[in-house]
Design a protein around this ligand. Structure first.
Ligand code: ADP
Ligand code: MG
Ligand code: ZN
Length: 636
């Protein structure tokens, strides 16, 4: 019995050896003769150069791998060149046409030559594996089958051959959670519900609650949008399918749409899960913009919309998309049922920056006693990615200096390196500008507070926004109201004038930062005069068409030329009145303005409560309210 086994094993070894020899022989003798090809690899730029020089004869593109195979004129027969298509080279077709090249694309088919090629290659392999498996079984029998040693099964045949190299999107575990995201508390909070949903979609389904199909993460580059999406997947412990919008936009029609279909099919199988589409503006740009249409992009977008409408949300698929240009997106994408939830991911404020620095400093060896607050204060406008980069630069510097720990100086040095590189890209304000923005925003807030009496602002910040605004004063949402009084409109105008008024009062200067305020204040005043019958000069007379908010178009005046001039004068008077009210209010609360503006400049973001506390502080001190009655009388 033992003897028998040994012999069997020996003969098996022999088979394997023979298999290997046959395999090697086929490779050296048969295969090259069959194909008779000499392949030269080229870079894409070399390929383009060859095309432009008119040297290229025939081009063939593999639609799945985007590998380009081409031949050259007056070349040895059988000599081919290979390169990989550069992503999104939309101009390639035109270029090839111009050069008179014969070009085509194909999906590799598995018949004909390829079949023979596979047969020749696989036969010995099959023998090998078959032999291996037999041997394996033999061995197992011998060893009492109590081992999990596998032999022969592990040749990796299952993977590479099936899909002819098409890149598959795989659901992965991100290994990230909310602990890896510092700051961004508001974003995390609004994502918490989605985490709950992904963890237990049935609980939501039972009640009949529907969660949003999609959420749009909106914010400047490097603020942690990708990170947040990954963290949601990690928190909920679900797979993460990710693809970038620019990957969709390929040259050959049909691929992008197919990829979308594929993506959602896989997501459907793995649900609950997250699908993340980075840079969605690459596919989701408004369809009407520009003269040229991009069929491919449009098809991809349509497929995406169809999938978003189609999938069964009870299974728990949430689609995240990230963009820093939300205004460029096709409105179809942001309709209800699609990306109808918007999660702002803004640049971090002082506290946020400190938290991010600390988090990333945890990955490197730090000297004790580094003051991250100091560094955070020096990096207004820096994104999370910038800060992570600073820590890394600092670590590199420490190594260069031959130290084993990172010091505060290392970080401070690298701040300049990173910020200098970033300055052109992102908004990094000078200290002077930040001071002005602080006063400007506080001007709005104080005028609003003094006029209203109750906490009128929910947040003031001088962290630059995605919208391009350098600062921002968020007024508390009023309860839903359908009527606005004339007095309230006047107050609104005064609040809008508050920013500029502060600039004038404190710096005796005017900045471009008030442009949007002025536009809005003028808009309100104009509506008061021409549509709302709120001016003393014209009373209840309609002077123009109501501007249609949905159809767009400018409000058209409907009056004589002379009246138009009078309207302008009346509008100007109303705005100026607001401007004077704002100036007067700030003049009387000048000290509060200084105090709060300096506080804001230091902290960058303050809440409405904090603001009110500062405004009302000092032993029952209350802000001075200008005598509006009187100033109105004066104005009239
Ligand atoms: P975005 O997708 O918004 O461009 P990423 O999510 O790709 O930004 O962020 C890039 C890197 O920057 C992250 O991998 C992380 O190291 C760092 N980063 C950005 N924001 C944060 C943050 N809030 N907390 C911690 N690290 C951050
Ligand atoms: Mg990203
Ligand atoms: Zn303003």
């Amino acid at each position: 019995m033992e003897m028998d086994d040994k012999r069997k094993r020996q003969s098996m070894m022999l088979y394997i050896l023979i298999g290997m020899v046959v395999f090697a022989m086929l490779h050296t003798f048969v295969f090259p003769n069959m194909m008779q090809q000499v392949v030269t690899d080229k870079s894409y730029s070399e390929f383009i150069a060859d095309v432009d020089a008119g040297k290229v004869e025939k081009v063939d593109l593999d639609r799945d791998t985007t590998e380009i195979t081409y031949t050259m004129k007056n070349d040895k027969p059988g000599h081919v060149y290979k390169t990989t298509m550069f992503p999104n080279d939309d101009g390639l077709v035109e270029r090839l046409q111009k050069a008179g090249v014969n070009f085509s694309a194909h999906v590799p088919d598995e018949t004909g030559a390829l079949f023979i090629y596979l047969l020749i290659n696989l036969l010995p392999l099959a023998i090998l594996i078959g032999g291996g498996m037999l041997l394996n079984r033999q061995l197992r029998k011998q060893m009492g089958e109590d081992n999990n040693m596998s032999f022969g099964g592990g040749f990796g045949l299952g993977g590479g051959l099936g899909r002819s190299g098409a890149k598959e999107v795989k659901g992965e575990e991100t290994g990230k959670n909310f602990g890896d995201v510092a700051g961004q508390d508001e974003a995390k909070e609004s994502l918490q519900e989605i985490v709950g949903f992904l963890k237990d979609p049935e609980r939501y389904a039972e009640i009949g609650a529907k969660l949003p199909h999609g959420a749009l993460l909106v914010g400047p580059p490097g603020t942690g949008k990708t990170l947040l999406a990954q963290a949601v997947a990690g928190e909920a412990n679900v797979p993460f399918f990710s693809i970038s919008g620019s990957e969709f936009v390929e040259m050959f029609v049909g691929r992008g749409a197919a990829k979308v279909r594929d993506l959602f099919k896989q997501a459907n199988e793995k649900a609950p899960c997250i699908v993340f589409i980075d840079e969605i503006d690459a596919v989701g740009k408004r369809r009407d913009s520009g003269l040229t249409t991009n069929d491919e992009r449009e098809q991809t977008l349509n497929q995406l919309l169809a999938e978003m409408d189609g999938f069964d949300n009870h299974k728990g698929i949430v689609v995240f998309a990230a963009t820093n240009r939300p205004e460029s997106l096709d409105p179809a994408l942001t309709r209800p049922g699609r990306f109808d939830r918007r999660i702002p991911v803004e640049l971090p404020d002082l506290a946020g920056r400190e938290a991010i620095l600390k988090l990333h400093a945890g990955d490197v060896k730090m000297e004790a006693g580094v003051d991250f607050g100091v560094i955070a204060r020096q990096t207004p406008g820096a994104s999370g990615a910038d800060l992570a980069n600073m820590i890394n630069e600092a670590a590199l510097r420490a190594v260069r200096m031959g130290r084993t720990r990172v010091t505060q100086d290392d970080i401070l040095e690298s701040v300049d390196v990173v910020i200098a590189g970033e300055k052109k890209k992102s908004t990094v304000l000078s200290e002077r500008e930040r001071e002005m923005v602080s006063y400007h925003e506080c001007g709005h807030a104080i005028v609003a507070a003094v006029q209203d009496g109750k906490a009128p602002v929910s947040k003031i910040t001088i962290v630059p926004r995605t919208s391009g605004a350098l600062g921002f004063t968020m007024q508390t949402e009023e309860d839903e109201r359908y009527l606005t009084t004339r007095e309230e409109y006047k107050q609104k105008i005064a609040v809008l004038c508050g920013g500029r008024a502060a600039e004038e009062l404190i710096f005796n200067q005017m900045t471009s930062g008030a442009a949007n305020d002025i536009e809005r204040a003028t808009g309100i005043a104009r509506a008061m005069v021409t549509q709302l019958g709120m001016s003393d000069r014209f009373g209840m007379m309609s002077l123009g068409k109501v501007h249609n908010q949905y159809l767009g178009g400018d409000a058209a005046l409907n009056c004589s030329e002379g009246t138009a001039q009078e309207i302008d004068a009346e509008v100007q008077r109303l705005v100026e009145e607001g401007h004077q009210t704002a100036l007067e209010t700030l003049r009387q609360n000048r000290f509060k303005l200084h105090e709060i503006a300096h506080y804001l400049q230091k902290k960058e973001t303050i809440t409405g409560d904090e603001f009110m506390r500062l405004l009302m502080r000092e032993d029952g001190f209350a802000p001075k309210i200008p005598d509006t009655e009187q100033s109105e009388k004066e104005a009239e």
